[in-house]
Design a protein around this ligand. Structure first.
Ligand SMILES: Nc1ncnc2c1ncn2[C@@H]1O[C@H](COP(=O)(O)OP(=O)(O)OP(=O)(O)O)[C@@H](O)[C@H]1O
Ligand SMILES: [Mg+2]
Length: 448
């Protein structure tokens, strides 16, 4: 899109010559021989830049500048002035002009001033977009979805964000637990303090305690220096403990103490330090079962679970799929610099039918990959993963072959059990793991 300039100058030759040089450089140029006419044009058009003479018949350039800036405070306005009226030029700068140019006007000089001004508008625009994106990323609007089951969780999260309540986030892998945790933090009064995510299952068992609570020098072999733990680093902020279901029973007791006393004791230390942290935990395991079976302490469960948010899997809120697809297409077209902006009806319907065992994360990956290999501006069936297309073909042929749901399930398990994990298989079939296990047993298949 070409940039546009408005030139306000009463002297015909200068006005026309300026118009010529900018038109030649590819600008759209409007001109006015008076400020009144200029203001009229500004009312009805958008200009990237206004260049105006100061001394004009009727209202002068500075008055015009003030009028324009009242409605358009960011409008870039450049004034032209004769040497004799340098004072007026300074007045113009004070009134908010971007720059001034001395007459007689040198073409190269005015082009340079315009170029600089445009760079500034560009930076301003980028800043605005960036700020908007950042605030959106920290905002509940950053959680895309419209299904009532998700909206009610968003509403609940909004209500409890700015409290000290510990939050337990439940949901399958990739449903957005960490996203919720971050947004809850950034909507609490702790937002300017750290948000520290810790994945309990990715840190070796014997190191986890010292990672969390720190250690003193000599606490164990290799502890040559004292080290502060992540709970202390998070002072005043939020700790996000992911995969809480995986921590050992010894550590469960220690964590319970920290939550009860609000004090942390480093490994090998004798003194405790005060800890002001808010704890958000998450797990994709069935923690209620773990509590029932004695693998997870009930007292700790009640501590971490002041508020429980259960995020439903994507296949239970299929109306969110098209929204998420759009969202990720927009996101990746910017990030990858790919001019892909659409998806074919066929491809979208395949995505709507799919069961998404990896939930939103999987959908995000599918879109990113599809955008990289798309041949034009539209994502098509053939850009989706082979497994997804294969699955659809399998289902279609089963349906056409008149298979009963039981036979279909059986055939599905036989075909895909070596490709997908148990959790994925049950998600794809839309049944619980328990019922998958029962069916397998009944049919004498594989695992006990
Ligand atoms: N409703 C949503 N709107 C926009 N992005 C989402 C949404 N839900 C999830 N995402 C994105 O999907 C990805 C996976 O989400 P996240 O990491 O929060 O999942 P998780 O539940 O913590 O998964 P895991 O159990 O595997 O750790 C992230 O990039 C996240 O930003
Ligand atoms: Mg996570």
């Amino acid at each position: 899109m070409s940039k546009s300039i408005l030139i306000v100058e009463d002297e015909d030759t200068l006005r026309e010559s300026l118009k010529r040089i900018f038109v030649k450089d590819g600008f759209h140029v409007d001109t006015a021989e008076s400020a009144e006419k200029g203001v009229g044009l500004v009312d009805n058009n958008i200009y990237d830049i206004i260049i105006s003479d100061i001394i004009l018949p009727g209202i002068d350039g500075i008055e015009m500048l003030s009028k324009v800036r009242q409605v358009l405070p960011d409008q870039i306005f450049i004034v032209m002035t004769a040497y004799a009226s340098l004072d007026t030029a300074i007045k113009a700068l004070r009134a908010g002009a971007y720059d001034y140019i001395m007459k007689p006007i040198m073409h190269e000089e005015i082009k340079q001033v315009v170029k600089n001004a445009l760079r500034q508008t560009q930076l301003q625009a980028e800043n605005i977009i960036l700020k908007r994106e950042l605030s959106q990323a920290n905002d509940f609007n950053g959680i895309i979805g419209k299904c009532p089951s998700l909206i009610s969780i968003i509403n609940e999260a909004k209500k409890i964000a700015d409290t000290k309540s510990n939050v337990l986030l439940l949901g399958e892998t990739g449903v957005g637990k960490e996203l919720f945790a971050r947004i809850i933090h950034s909507n609490s009064s702790r937002r300017d303090k750290p948000f520290i995510p810790i994945n309990c299952s990715s840190i070796p068992e014997n190191l986890l305690e010292s990672e969390l609570f720190g250690h003193v020098r000599g606490a164990f072999t290799g502890a040559v220096l004292s080290k502060r733990g992540l709970f202390e680093e998070a002072e005043g902020g939020t700790v996000f403990l992911d995969e809480i279901g995986d921590i050992s029973s010894a550590l469960q007791i220690k964590l319970l103490r920290v939550l009860e006393d609000q004090m942390i004791r480093p490994v090998g230390g004798t003194k405790s330090v005060k800890a002001d942290i808010r704890l958000i935990t998450a797990t994709n395991k069935n923690i209620e079962t773990a509590v029932r079976e004695g693998q997870f302490r009930e007292d700790l469960y009640y501590r971490v679970n002041t508020i429980m948010l259960r995020i439903p899997p994507l296949r239970d809120r299929r109306d969110d799929i098209p929204l998420l697809v759009r969202h990720f297409i927009t996101k990746y077209s910017k990030q990858l610099g790919r001019a892909v902006n659409d998806i074919s009806a066929d491809a979208l319907s395949m995505m709507k039918d799919y069961n998404w065992p990896g939930n939103v994360r999987e959908l995000q990956n599918v879109i990113e990959r599809a955008m990289l290999i798309a041949e034009d501006s539209t994502i098509k069936n053939e850009n989706l993963p082979e497994a997804m297309r294969d699955l659809k073909a399998f289902r279609q042929s089963s349906l056409e072959g008149g298979l009963s749901i039981e036979d279909y399930t059986k055939a599905f398990i036989i075909k895909y059990q070596s490709v997908y994990t148990e959790q994925q298989l049950s998600a794809m079939l839309g049944i619980t793991r328990k019922s998958l296990w029962e069916k397998r047993k009944r049919w004498g298949m594989g695992k006990e």
